[in-house]
Design a protein around this ligand. Structure first.
Ligand SMILES: N[C@@H](CCC(=O)N[C@@H](CS)C(=O)NCC(=O)O)C(=O)O
Length: 209
């Protein structure tokens, strides 16, 4: 059985979606934000971040994109991602890497701005730069979604769920929904998706419709 370390409203959202779509049994451990961190959790996640996943063989991994890609590979019947060698595969890998290395860190810089400056006066500037970087990244993904139903391939994949999770963290979701109509179109579909509705009830990522 898998063990998912998560907390409501965190990047555990997309991993939980993956496990549910794969119908994979898992135990969920909610990790509260704690200072100092729990040493047992640090052994699993050295940066004290969720999500983290322990595999049935006892190996653990962090990094949401790596976890998603691995789960897609371990549960091919669930259609979590375009298969290796299929036309949508390159887009899937590209956007998973882009979202986890460009968008997610920009979002973290906003919410943990104090970590990015040694000066208390610098926090506001870090936040403004983080939002600008986020906006630049979302605009690029929005553009990639023009004329497409899904970010990668012809079916819903974890890349789409990852994207709406990040969009929900934008500090001004009203503006985000207006500014990036292709992301909003995708998000609108996922807001009606039964599993997303269920997960959203637990994670409170966006206002329930
Ligand atoms: N690069 C990591 C980032 C994970 C991350 O930052 N998680 C947040 C919650 S969404 C967290 O645990 N933050 C606590 C902290 O950084 O102290 C990933 O993609 O999984």
């Amino acid at each position: 059985m898998y063990t998912l370390y998560t907390r409501p409203g965190s990047g555990g959202f997309v991993v939980e979606a993956a496990l549910a779509m794969a119908d994979a049994p898992f135990r969920q451990i909610d990790v509260p934000k704690k200072d100092p961190p729990d040493p047992a959790f640090l052994a699993v996640s050295p940066l004290n971040q969720v999500p983290a996943l322990t595999l049935p063989d006892g190996c653990s991994l962090t990094e949401s994109a790596a976890i998603c890609i691995l789960l897609a590979e371990r549960h091919p019947q669930a259609g979590l991602a375009p298969e290796a060698g299929s036309p949508g595969r390159a887009d899937f890998l590209r956007w998973m890497a882009f979202m986890s290395s460009v968008l997610y860190p920009a979002i973290l810089r906003l919410y943990y701005a104090h970590r990015c400056t040694a000066s208390a006066d610098g926090v506001q500037a870090v936040k403004e730069a983080a939002i600008a970087e986020m906006d630049r990244g979302f605009a690029i993904v929005d553009n990639a979604l023009a004329g497409r139903n899904w970010l990668a391939g012809e079916e819903l994949s974890l890349a789409d769920i990852y994207l709406v999770m990040l969009a929900a963290w934008h500090p001004d979701t009203e503006r985000a929904r207006m500014a990036w109509p292709n992301i909003e179109r995708l998000w609108g579909k996922l807001r009606q998706h039964e599993l997303m509705r269920k997960l959203n009830a637990a994670h409170d990522m966006w206002p329930q419709e």
